[in-house]
Design a protein around this ligand. Structure first.
Ligand code: EPU
Length: 418
């Protein structure tokens, strides 16, 4: 076991380079097995979710070569194997092998995906979409068996613009006969990234990034390359760190357009920053103003930054509200922020935060990935030492966290504990 130890209150200055997006690469790797040849994914982050997906591809007989931040995937001899429960439930994105294997072999055996616990995280939209394409789904204990004699293009209207379902249905339909239309599709940049990769392989996809995606099936998918887009959630997390403690802290390798909703909230809070084509320089704001935030699908304010921004809101003058609309239960950070000194109350899915507070270091526990990010932000701003356990959650999404933060002045390290 490990813990993250942070001595708070240090100024942050210098540059933090953002890595490739977790939520893109976790779809691009499963997408790679759709090719009958070799594909290369560049700008791959070194996070634990990627390690699990590499294990699954190797289990399926894919050949991987890792060179610096690139992964070469040879999918010529991919075989269809049951993905065992201990791999399926290590991360959410294992569900992308449902769409990819269904597309390639018309048969998949896999277990329910894992991922952070935010209440029920159903996959019914994915399954209904596979059925619309002609698949039948049976359960054997907790194993899903998804089978199709043939896959035929279909009209699919999602009940909600789910990121996972949109990507999974693109994967499942790229080789189906005829045209598939996904209505009410999610519009997140990660979807465009996956659609570009599939198009580079030879797929025919129109409208990714809008709410209607049209896919015309092709027979074969071939060689392709793709760059993982910068991680907008990692970038947003470090922008919040900059607003708390920055002295000209530069967040580089970003696409500012993907950050428009978080930047809008920072401006409302009085935070000042300067923006260039692919970087933003931000400094501590001494006069933070309270504001209200409601999580929405892209381009609205992302649920993945709803927990981290609570730290900044807790330092702001006045009362702020955060309304979580995407998940039924994503409040694992609240009890620990309270222990660290925040004045924060929850009713249903609404947090009411009254500031400004002074954070004080203590022993806390990461309950999920972004709750963990919230705690390291509070710890950076706190007086004294904070120790965070369960850091395996944090390492799922933040590459090289300790180096990135210590290089800009934070006092942070990881310790082994019993
Ligand atoms: N939903 C259903 N049925 C479905 C699919 C989704 O009811 O079949 C519900 C979910 O329970 C949730 C909502 O719809 O309440 C949104 O779920 P969505 O499918 O959009 O989320 P996801 O694909 O499971 C991805 C990211 C999450 C991020 C969400 C929303 C990955 C691997 N995960 O999850 O990332 O919060 O989109 O943007 O891409 C994170 O990075 O911390 C994280 C949790």
């Amino acid at each position: 076991m490990q813990r993250l130890v942070i001595q708070g209150g240090q100024k942050l200055s210098g540059t933090i380079k953002i890595n490739g997006a977790k939520n893109s690469v976790v779809a691009l790797l499963p997408a790679a097995i759709l090719s009958d040849e070799e594909t290369v994914i560049y700008n791959v982050p070194k996070i634990t979710d990627v390690d699990v997906l590499k294990q699954i591809i190797e289990l399926l007989n894919g050949k991987l070569v890792v060179e610096e931040d690139a992964i070469k995937i040879d999918s010529k001899n991919i075989q269809n194997t049951t993905i065992p429960e201990e791999l399926s439930n290590k991360l959410r994105a294992s569900y992308y092998f449902m769409g990819a294997l269904l597309s390639k072999f018309k048969h998949v055996e896999i277990y329910f995906p894992g991922g952070c616990n935010f209440g029920a995280r159903q996959i019914d939209y994915h399954l209904k979409g596979f059925e619309a394409l002609g698949a039948t789904i049976t359960m054997e204990g907790s194993k899903f068996i998804i089978d199709a004699k043939e896959l035929k293009g279909a009209e699919i209207a999602l009940d909600f613009p789910s990121v996972g379902a949109t990507i999974n249905l693109m994967l499942a339909s790229v080789k189906a006969e005829g045209q598939t239309t996904i209505y009410n599709a999610a519009k997140e940049p990660e979807i465009v990234n996956v659609a570009s990769f599939l198009s580079n392989m030879g797929a025919n996809i129109r409208g990714a990034g809008t709410s209607t995606i049209k896919i015309t099936g092709v027979k074969k998918l071939g060689r392709a390359m793709v760059d993982v887009i910068p991680d907008r959630i990692e970038a947003g997390t470090y922008l919040i760190a900059g607003a708390l403690l920055g002295e000209n802290l530069t967040i580089s390798n970003i696409i500012p357009e993907h950050l428009s909703s978080i930047l809008g909230k920072l401006r409302e809070m009085n935070v000042k920053y300067t923006q260039k084509v692919n970087e933003i320089t931000i400094s501590k704001c001494e006069n933070l103003k309270a504001t209200d935030i409601k999580t929405q699908v892209y381009p609205g304010y992302p649920t993945d930054l709803a927990q981290p921004i609570c730290v900044l809101l807790a330092k702001a003058n006045g009362t702020s509200h955060v309304i979580e609309t995407i998940y039924e239960k994503r409040m694992g950070h609240v009890k620990y922020l309270q222990q660290m000194g925040a004045n924060i109350e929850i009713e249903d899915n609404i947090e009411t935060i009254t500031g400004p507070c002074n954070f004080v270091g203590t022993n806390v526990e990461a309950s999920d990935l972004r709750a963990g990010a919230t705690l390291f932000l509070a710890a950076l701003a706190a007086e004294g030492e904070t120790s965070i356990t369960n850091i395996q959650f944090i390492l799922r999404g933040y590459e090289n966290l300790v180096n990135k933060l210590s290089n800009v002045g934070a006092n942070i390290h990881i310790e082994e504990i019993e």
